[in-house]
Design a protein around this ligand. Structure first.
Ligand SMILES: [Zn+2]
Length: 134
């Protein structure tokens, strides 16, 4: 499994603390969640690509972003099935955890109440994403 090899070589948490902001660290390295309706990218409707703020891995296209009314940026599909590692039913929430396949950072959860064509809702933390305008 190439993903797992990459994660094993990844940066230790002490170094992440210097690279990331405290909020980014809390989300990506500790599985935290930003406050609903606070994310900068929540209402971003520009065309482009959303990448992992920690490692630049391409995660979502603006074309799959939609307003889920939950207060977090939501997408119905990742840009590639290799963008993430999905950890089924982790923690207390009845949803699968979504982890960056490149750096191992926690990004959010995927729920099964999303719109067509996938029926999935990738519920993401704005602070863990970086938007690259097309
Ligand atoms: Zn990453």
């Amino acid at each position: 499994m190439p993903h797992i090899m990459i994660i094993q070589k990844s940066i230790p948490n002490e170094e992440w603390k210097e690279i990331l902001t405290p909020l980014q660290y809390k989300i990506l390295r500790e599985g935290g969640t930003e406050k609903a309706f606070t994310g900068e990218l929540l209402n971003n409707h520009e065309k482009g690509v959303y990448v992992c703020v920690a490692c630049g891995n391409e995660l979502f296209s603006s074309e799959t972003k939609y307003d889920s009314k939950t207060g977090w940026p939501s997408f119905y599909s990742p840009i590639s099935e290799n963008s993430f590692i999905i950890k089924p039913n982790s923690g207390s929430i009845n949803a699968s955890e979504v982890i960056c396949a490149k750096c191992g950072g926690h990004h959010g959860h995927v729920f099964t109440d999303g719109p067509e064509p996938t029926g999935l809702r990738f519920c993401m933390n704005s602070a863990a994403l970086k938007f690259k305008k097309k």
